[in-house]
Design a protein around this ligand. Structure first.
Ligand code: NAP
Length: 293
């Protein structure tokens, strides 16, 4: 062991110095800086999107929420105002309809005169099933979960550029590591990671002052995730709450981090092992039940 440490002393010292420099140069989140910021959140009526809206509102932001169902949006906006939002509005829209993405960005401009944060979070209802060839479902998944994100980012970028704004993308571990029973969902999240990872670099190269933060999220105890995975996935792994996840998402966007993995304990290792020991990640996922019980 000692001999190994002596042999690797130079790289170890360099690594330690690099870690210390990185930690010292990291900004810290100033919640005050959220006050008055104009935030557009998709899928803001439930789960993580709703929790992100509450986090922004408790820090005094202005929010515009969207989803399809009006009743839940109304309730969420009511709660946003109670929590201290400077302003809170909603617009019910279906992201499967291409023109609605433009409508949403226009509405944010009309309401707030600009956008500081675009939080892309909506997702079509989860289906935990083996892939049986439902191409129509795949098409809908890619349209809503992926193409709508791209369209929203495209229409919002000139607006965000004026305010040196931020795009915050809620992605998933299944966009880094393919997971069974969610093949279409996993494909849409891989597409998101690829597109927005490239967009971040292109913005920099083109001098567009809009940051892109990818949030690689593990299992979160939202109503829809728990219900749809019941019988397939041990619900004890859903120990992360929407509220804690939302805090991380707001912090990461605020600090313009490239990518976050949350919770680290469940997301970092599978991503690291994906390419060097794929048999291990596949063995882990095979531990989930073979059929719904
Ligand atoms: N929960 C998890 O375990 C987990 C893990 C990793 C990543 N994530 C990611 O976190 C994000 C939120 O997940 P969640 O669990 O909070 O989901 P959720 O509770 O099911 O919320 C989905 C939101 O999207 C809206 N939506 C669905 N279809 C839509 C459509 N066609 N047009 C517009 N809005 C639509 C829903 O409202 P309406 O139905 O009223 O439209 C709802 O507001 C997703 O991007 C997901 O991939 C979640």
């Amino acid at each position: 062991m000692i001999a190994l440490l002596v042999k690797w002393r130079v790289p170890l010292v360099i690594l330690t110095i690099a870690i210390i420099i990185t930690m010292l140069s990291m900004d810290t989140f100033d919640p005050e800086s959220i006050k008055g910021k104009r935030v557009l959140i998709t899928g803001g009526s439930s789960g993580i999107g709703e929790a992100v809206a509450y986090k922004f509102c408790s820090l005094g932001a202005k929010v515009l929420l969207t989803a399809r169902g009006e009743a839940r949006l109304q309730e969420a906006v009511k709660q946003c105002r109670i929590l201290g939002a400077e302003a809170a509005y909603y617009l019910p829209l279906d992201m499967a309809i291409p023109n609605n993405t433009r409508k949403l960005v226009d509405e944010a401009e009309r309401r707030f005169g600009g956008i500081d944060y675009l939080v892309l979070n909506h997702v079509i209802p989860y289906k935990f099933e083996f892939w049986e060839g439902d191409l129509e479902y795949l098409d809908r998944t890619m349209t809503v979960n992926f193409a709508a994100y791209v369209a929203l980012a495209t229409f919002a970028t000139p607006v965000l550029h004026r305010s040196k704004g931020r795009i915050v993308v809620v992605s998933s571990l299944s966009g880094k590591v393919p997971l069974p029973r969610v093949a279409a969902y996993s494909a849409s999240k891989f597409a998101i990671n690829g597109f927005f990872g490239a967009l971040r670099q292109e913005n920099k190269m083109k001098g567009i002052d809009v940051s892109v933060t990818l949030c690689i999220i593990g299992p979160v105890a939202t109503e829809s995730a728990l219900t749809s995975s019941a019988g397939f996935v041990d619900k004890r792994i859903f120990f992360t709450s929407s509220s804690d996840t939302a805090y991380k998402i707001v912090e990461a966007g605020n600090l313009r981090w490239r990518e976050i993995h949350y919770p680290k304990s469940l997301t970092i290792l599978p991503v690291l092992l994906r390419d060097i020991a794929p048999w291990f990640t596949e063995w882990c996922t095979s531990l989930s039940r073979a059929a719904k019980t």
